[in-house]
Design a protein around this ligand. Structure first.
Ligand code: NAP
Length: 303
């Protein structure tokens, strides 16, 4: 299948281009970006021109930040293209639901990807937890925003989600692996004086589940989920890539694909079977945190 990548920035170049190039199912047939391009691939700067001139490219993968992404997704669906969305799937819940309805009405595939769900240890963790009772779970997701989002000021603008940009990855794993759903009960959000989105968040959920997100951690980075059950403890570390049961690390599953190759394999299957996959559960928790969140102000922060 021919795919066009739209928004040639950090994640497109770091992950999407290598994943597409390594896949037998896919051909990177075009790029659309105001500044970015990929060597050897036809590039467009105007999305409408691409849609008009390349009807042979039936799949569009949108790697833009969430706020500008909706207009591209809507235009792509109206032009009868299947659409793959980077996470978070939209700047609001309602706009993603609008895309879902549009895709369904036109018989097209819409895939709201959650790359962290494809991390190596997530499926084994889900399988281990399936018949257990969870007594508590604690997420610690602390990273250095300057290291992972250099110069990306959109993360601190409305709709950029702030620390929920990485935090939603943890929530995508949590909502995938817990045997029973939880809901947010309280949130404290820390906003730098000069930012429209939080740089840190402390969340409480039903079922003794907590999350600690912070974008100010320099040095070693922490992406952990620790879960206590009626039959012992489980920990996911390194963003869902390492699994510990009872404090003992389980052997890696080297045969499983990496996160982005797995997303493209899933998209190929969805398109060929005429299905969509849109799970808003992680984004609902984020919206609830903004809805219930208590605000704390912090000193100005600059990327
Ligand atoms: P980015 O590099 O800042 O932006 C991606 C590209 O989007 C830019 O190069 C830009 O291309 C285009 N773009 C930006 N603002 C635009 C606007 N207002 N209108 C039209 N195009 C615009 O961002 P990124 O880090 O790749 O992140 C993009 C998405 O991927 C986000 O949703 C993020 O959460 C997700 N993601 C990022 C990472 C990561 O490590 N960075 C990891 C996983 C997922 P042109 O200027 O060339 O048009």
């Amino acid at each position: 299948m021919k795919v066009a990548l739209v928004g040639i920035g950090k994640i497109a170049l770091d992950q999407h281009v290598p994943a597409i190039r390594a896949a037998n199912d896919w051909e990177l047939a075009a790029t659309v970006s105001r500044k970015g391009a990929v060597a050897g691939v036809e590039s467009f700067t105007d999305f409408a021109v691409f849609l008009a001139q390349r009807p042979d490219v039936t799949v569009v993968s949108l790697c833009l930040p969430p706020v500008p992404r909706f207009a591209y997704a809507e235009a792509a669906l109206r032009a009868d293209r299947h659409v793959m969305l980077e996470k978070p799937p939209g700047a609001t819940l309602a706009e993603v639901q609008a895309l879902q309805m549009l895709a369904a009405a036109r018989g097209l595939t819409l895939y709201a990807t959650w790359h962290s769900r494809m991390a190596y240890a997530v499926a084994p963790a889900k399988a281990w937890l399936a018949d257990k009772t969870v007594r508590r779970a604690d997420i610690t997701w602390r990273e250095d925003v300057r290291r992972w989002h250099p110069g990306q000021n959109w993360v601190f603008e409305p709709g950029g989600m702030g620390v929920f940009d990485p935090g939603i990855n943890a929530l995508s794993i949590l909502t995938e692996i817990l045997p029973a759903p939880v809901h947010l009960t309280a949130a404290t959000l820390t906003y730098p004086e000069n930012c429209q989105t939080p740089i840190a968040a402390d969340l409480s959920f039903s079922g003794n589940v907590t999350a600690d997100f912070d974008w100010r951690q320099v040095g070693p980075q922490t992406w952990d989920i620790e879960i206590d059950t009626d039959e012992g403890t489980l920990a996911l570390r390194m963003g869902g890539n390492r699994l510990e049961v009872g404090g003992v690390e389980m052997a890696g599953e080297n045969s499983i694909m990496g996160e982005y190759p797995a997303l493209y394999a899933r998209m190929a299957k969805l398109v060929t079977t005429g299905q969509s996959d849109v799970d808003l559960a992680p984004a609902i928790h984020v919206a609830d945190a903004f809805s219930l969140g208590r605000r704390i102000m912090a000193p100005p922060f600059y990327l």
